[in-house]
Design a protein around this ligand. Structure first.
Ligand SMILES: CC(=O)CC(=O)C(=O)O
Ligand SMILES: [Mg+2]
Length: 220
């Protein structure tokens, strides 16, 4: 797992890119009145978006509607360009539970103006991540349950079997556009149930009971 002096189990320290897939669950696309896509919708977060348990998720000062999106993250082990779907899983080192924190009011405004989603999706602490989960612990990333509670209340529950574009397809698709490198993370989209969080809320999420994490929300 180690590469030089770095260890991919601490991928968030590598400064690698975070590639996010949007609208990959039909029930989530519909809840936001978005069309169900015929090819993956992609956007990026910078490595400064990472936040780890013990530090708070910060509501951007310019947003009054911060949403949680629970997602399966795929950690790339072996990089590649134009990776074939058939060999895509050979490039996976493991997984992480991720939140794609989204300033929904800002995203709506960007959409209305035809602007990119950077302000809504790429701010500091917009990508809370769990511990690294070795690939052996998730033999089929196309069949795991994701869940998220806010202050103890279940808000999101979905199975990765509902993904429109499964993990091997995404690895192949993304790597044909931008080279994937060791330590990159792909966020694979969120199931339905996204909702607002506020200062002092507590978010708990899990990939089944394989990995769980807890974060508090704070304001800048
Ligand atoms: C509408 C979105 O924010 C798309 C997205 O991130 C998703 O997971 O779906
Ligand atoms: Mg998302």
């Amino acid at each position: 797992m180690a590469s030089g002096t770095r260890n991919v189990t601490r991928f968030w320290e590598w400064g690698r890119k975070i590639v996010c897939v949007g609208r990959n669950y039909a029930d989530h696309a519909k809840e936001l009145n978005n069309a169900v896509p015929t090819e993956p919708v992609l956007f990026l977060k910078p490595p400064s978006a990472y936040v780890r348990e013990g530090s708070p998720i910060l509501v951007p000062a310019y947003s009054s509607n911060l949403h949680h999106e629970v997602e399966l993250g795929v950690v790339i082990g072996t990089g590649g360009t134009a990776i074939a779907r058939a060999s895509a899983m050979d490039h996976v080192a493991g997984y992480a539970l991720c939140l794609d924190m989204t300033a929904r009011d800002v995203q709506d405004a960007c959409k209305a103006k035809g602007l990119p989603w950077t302000l809504a999706k790429a701010f500091d602490t917009s990508c809370p991540v769990s511990e690294f989960v070795p690939r052996e612990r998730i033999p089929d990333p196309g069949d795991v349950r994701l869940w998220l509670r806010v202050n103890g209340q279940l808000r999101q529950e979905g199975n990765t079997a509902q993904m429109i574009f499964p993990v091997p397809y995404l690895i192949s698709y993304v790597s044909a556009i931008m080279t994937l490198e060791e330590g990159d993370l792909i966020l694979t989209g969120t199931p339905a149930g996204v909702s607002s969080v506020r200062e002092h809320d507590e978010l708990q999420a899990g990939i089944e009971d394989i990995v769980t994490m807890t974060f508090r929300v704070d304001r800048h």
